[in-house]
Design a protein around this ligand. Sequence first.
Ligand SMILES: Nc1ncnc2c1ncn2[C@@H]1O[C@H](COP(=O)(O)OP(=O)(O)OP(=O)(O)O)[C@@H](O)[C@H]1O
Ligand SMILES: [Mg+2]
Length: 120
Amino acid sequence: MREFAERTGIEVDLSLHLGRPLPKELETVVYRVVQEALTNVARHSGSARASVGVVELMGEVRVFVEDEGKGFAPQEVAPDRQGLQGMRERVELVGGRLLVESAPGEGTRVQARLPLEGGA
Ligand SMILES: Nc1ncnc2c1ncn2[C@@H]1O[C@H](COP(=O)(O)OP(=O)(O)OP(=O)(O)O)[C@@H](O)[C@H]1O
Ligand SMILES: [Mg+2]
């Protein structure tokens, strides 16, 4: 993630709170969500900073990527855009949910909630 930040020039504030290593399958999903969301910050937000968190909470892994850039209207994204849609598909394949909170002028928060096997 540090390498990624260097490549894009985005300054990333990373907060990791995991009690144990993630199953390989989830690790890949987490990595892809962070990668795509940070690419979007770099390309679309107009902001040079983002916060990334990976937290284990109540039997789930929660991943968030947020910026204080220009935001957008999630319900108006053109259907040919693949990034957020692809993220959602990967997250849903492991039984999780993707939440995208944004509005023009209000920054963006992308959150994935991924169930851990065996629960809390
Ligand atoms: N962090 C962000 N800040 C501002 N706008 C965003 C952000 N993330 C996404 N968007 C908006 O949502 C749209 C859809 O994002 P999505 O990742 O699905 O597609 P994309 O980045 O345009 O193309 P790609 O398919 O290459 O990812 C973007 O075109 C952009 O308008
Ligand atoms: Mg994208």
